[in-house]
Design a protein around this ligand. Structure first.
Ligand SMILES: Nc1ncnc2c1ncn2[C@@H]1O[C@H](COP(=O)(O)OP(=O)(O)OP(=O)(O)O)[C@@H](O)[C@H]1O
Ligand SMILES: [Mg+2]
Length: 216
């Protein structure tokens, strides 16, 4: 599904000026796009809007045929549950669930629980021996691999990643990024990835730079 962001402007309540202004971009199904920019330029805000986690002042976002501006809150929740997956710098795994249960958690919520697919992801992510472990027993790199598997197990149309390797050392981060890009290519979902690193950005199909809320 194609993602189309069309002239989005966003102002946080009480803020004197918009944090994003007239931001437009297109991301084709299966394509990968890096979003760079200095701290405070609005990268995470744009990711949150794209994930239907927050609302914008004007413009629109479309995922396939769905225009976000037309959705009710329940429909927005449905979109988050079934179409868009998120991976954050903080891994956000469910501490009371095993790795195997975490991997299937979002797929189950999306009504797409597929144990064989989850097992295949676990295998590709090198997690098959860790199925019975709990998140706190894993290294950072292992936890982020679980988070990526959990995101892709629900077969999203769009994967949004905010500094997914930001908490990992360079070698571990590179290995996690390699796995993520491989799995994204296999799955055919689109990837929008926020990163401070031009080196990481160069690994994706294209790169856009945000500066004070505007795309350059
Ligand atoms: N929930 C919020 N309420 C009010 N202002 C916010 C909120 N979230 C972010 N902001 C402000 O919006 C601007 C952009 O923040 P955002 O988190 O999108 O930047 P970023 O590019 O992701 O930065 P970083 O690289 O540090 O993560 C900042 O000035 C920030 O203070
Ligand atoms: Mg941010």
């Amino acid at each position: 599904m194609q993602l189309q962001i069309d002239q989005i402007t966003k102002t946080y309540p009480g803020a004197p000026a918009p944090v994003l202004q007239d931001v437009s971009l297109t991301l084709d199904a299966g394509a990968t796009l890096a979003l760079t920019g200095e701290s405070g330029s609005g990268k995470s805000t744009l990711l949150h809007l794209t994930g239907a986690l927050d609302t914008f002042d004007s413009g629109d976002i479309r995922l396939g045929k769905t225009a976000y501006s037309t959705l009710t809150e329940a429909q927005r929740a449905d979109l988050r549950r079934t179409q868009v997956a998120l991976v954050f710098q903080q891994f956000n795994l469910v501490g009371s669930m095993t790795v195997a249960a975490n991997l299937r958690f979002h797929a189950r919520l999306a009504g797409r629980d597929d144990p064989a697919f989850a097992d295949d992801l676990a295998h590709k992510l090198g997690l098959e021996a860790l199925g019975h472990a709990y998140p706190e027993q894993l290294s950072g790199g292992q936890q982020q691999r679980v988070a990526i598997g959990r995101a892709l197990a629900m077969r999203p149309a769009l994967l949004l990643a905010d500094e997914p390797t930001g908490n990992l050392d360079e070698a571990t981060g590179d290995a996690v990024l390699d796995l993520m890009l491989d799995l994204v290519h296999d799955s055919g979902c689109a990837l929008l990835l926020v990163t401070h690193s031009t080196r990481i950005a160069a690994r994706l199909d294209a790169r856009l730079h945000l500066s004070r809320g505007r795309l350059k």
